[in-house]
Design a protein around this ligand. Sequence first.
Ligand SMILES: CC(C)(COP(=O)(O)OP(=O)(O)OC[C@H]1O[C@@H](n2cnc3c(N)ncnc32)[C@H](O)[C@@H]1OP(=O)(O)O)[C@@H](O)C(=O)NCCC(=O)NCCS
Length: 260
Amino acid sequence: MTERLVWRRFTAADADDLLTLDGDARVMRFLDRRVKSRADIQAQVLPRLLAFYDRYPGFGCWAAHAHADGGFVGWFSLHPTSPSAAAMVRWADAPPGEIAVASMGYRLRVSAWGRGYATEGARALVRRAFTHLGIQEVVATTMAVNTGSRRVLEKAGLTYDRTVHVDWPDPLPGTEHGEVEYRLSLTDWMSGQAAGERDAPYRKRVQNLRLSLRFSKLRSASVHAAVVTRYRPAASGANAAITTLTNGVTQVSTRAAGAG
Ligand SMILES: CC(C)(COP(=O)(O)OP(=O)(O)OC[C@H]1O[C@@H](n2cnc3c(N)ncnc32)[C@H](O)[C@@H]1OP(=O)(O)O)[C@@H](O)C(=O)NCCC(=O)NCCS
């Protein structure tokens, strides 16, 4: 799904991979004081994670593996959420069928840190949300002191919105600095003012399509065909990304055609 990562759904057989994350205190430093056991993962983490795929088709938590050697890298997630004035960590799930905002997350095993994987995956999440799932805004939150995660969000194009203070029953070190919330709207992503350079070609293409739609009578089916022809890459390595783009352009073009 990305240049260096293959994504897949988790299955009931993935307790060991998840244990390399939730069972490692270094990974959980900004998330939970208590690390999980294999039994915790079997009884709590996996059932919750697997149930999500059915409830919210297209969303969820994907296991990521390195193309190069197939090794488990960690996970990336998109979760439908309902914005409110409360701290983002308290926002409720969006009702299925009324999803406009998605929160993103990632958790990588220690051996995968420092190679740009989180940035690569986070950018793919943003792209998927906007071009495949019809999302209007991508949001994320982390502890203010989680410098690495904040940097990943910025590199994925999200911008800092506010700091909130949450009353946790067993606060982690650094909680006194609060939780920071980040956001990125579809409009900003498309205008190219907020996202990183790697996504610029996608935004430009979607933007060009919207502009051309304003001045044409094309409807989504024919536009879709035109885009497939026009942007099909010469290199087979880019197929996965272009599939997403193609799907996304279909969605965006439908909206644009409707508005026009
Ligand atoms: C935070 C995390 C996702 C970063 O993953 P990663 O693959 O190492 O990140 P990247 O290699 O893409 O680095 C992205 C940027 O963050 C910076 N960064 C990463 N970890 C950092 C850290 N611990 N401290 C400071 N900066 C850090 C990198 O230097 C890079 O910035 P740069 O390009 O300006 O140099 C990873 O450490 C992790 O999974 N941590 C545990 C789980 C977690 O905290 N998840 C987020 C919860 S909200």
